[in-house]
Design a protein around this ligand. Structure first.
Ligand code: ATP
Length: 240
């Protein structure tokens, strides 16, 4: 199986604070890969480096054999940030159209995919509404739809289901699994254990270090624990 994302010896600091310390990670094509860790562990910083919007102080990041940051790889990656990057004064349809055009989609393609991704996130009836009238959860869902509009090979989602109700969260995960079946690689940050459970493999992060990597079953088996929470603690993941 091909490697989609390869991170080698990544280190990064903000001022004096060393946020990532010697991170190595390889993510294969078609995996759902989770970055699990408490707030401040460095998950967002790491995904920003993978996406290419932040350059690490040390190390290399490769996405499909191209070294990041790379403008060319923008079309390969769909990124959903933790804070929504939406145009409030535009409608959802106009936002999707704008981002679709940036990714080089033709008008007809944009129309078709718009409908499709808005159904995935349950917003098909709100296409014409200005984003300023969206709730926080609706904005999250629209951000996910935007990350998906160009059908990227790799979806990188930073806490995609925060603020989304359990029913919709479940249906979004089902859709992510369908995308995976079609070959999409999905990288997702979370601190929710039941979401981590849905990942094929996980990297557990704490204080800028990867403390363990493996499938949920392997991580539990290695630590002789029954839950991922217990496994995280057994690997030294106390949050204090
Ligand atoms: N732009 C920045 N400038 C200064 N410090 C930053 C910046 N971005 C992140 N940090 C710091 O880096 C550390 C790691 O932050 P990061 O957002 O990567 O963690 P996280 O694991 O994603 O946390 P959360 O789950 O709360 O999103 C934190 O201590 C944070 O304060």
């Amino acid at each position: 199986m091909d490697e989609m994302v390869h991170v080698k010896g990544i280190a990064h600091a903000f001022g004096e604070e060393r946020v990532l310390k010697n991170i190595d990670m390889a993510i294969a094509e078609g995996e759902i890969f989770g970055l699990l860790g408490p707030s401040g562990a460095g998950k967002t910083t790491l995904v920003k480096i993978m996406v290419g919007i932040l350059e690490a102080d040390e190390g290399e990041t490769w996405v499909k054999d191209v070294q990041m940051p790379s403008l060319q790889q923008m079309k390969v990656v769909g990124y959903m940030a933790q804070s929504d990057a939406l145009y409030d004064e535009l409608t959802a349809e106009e936002n999707l159209d704008f981002f679709g055009a940036i990714y080089g989609l033709k008008r007809k393609e944009r129309k078709e995919r718009m409908r499709n991704v808005m159904e995935v996130v349950g917003l098909q009836d709100h296409l014409r509404k200005p984003v300023s009238q969206y709730s926080g959860g609706m904005k999250r869902r629209l951000s996910l739809a935007i990350a998906m509009i160009h059908e990227p090979d790799i979806l990188i989602l930073d806490e995609p289901t925060v603020g989304i109700d359990p029913m919709l969260r479940q249906s979004i995960w089902q859709e992510l699994q369908r995308w995976q079946e079609r070959g999409t690689t999905i990288i997702v940050t979370t601190h929710v254990m039941d979401e981590a459970e849905k990942c094929n493999r996980l990297a557990m992060l704490r204080n800028g270090y990867v403390i363990a990597t493996g499938s949920p079953d392997v991580l539990r088996a290695h630590t002789n624990t029954t839950t991922l929470e217990e496994a995280f603690l057994a690997y030294g993941g106390a949050t204090s």
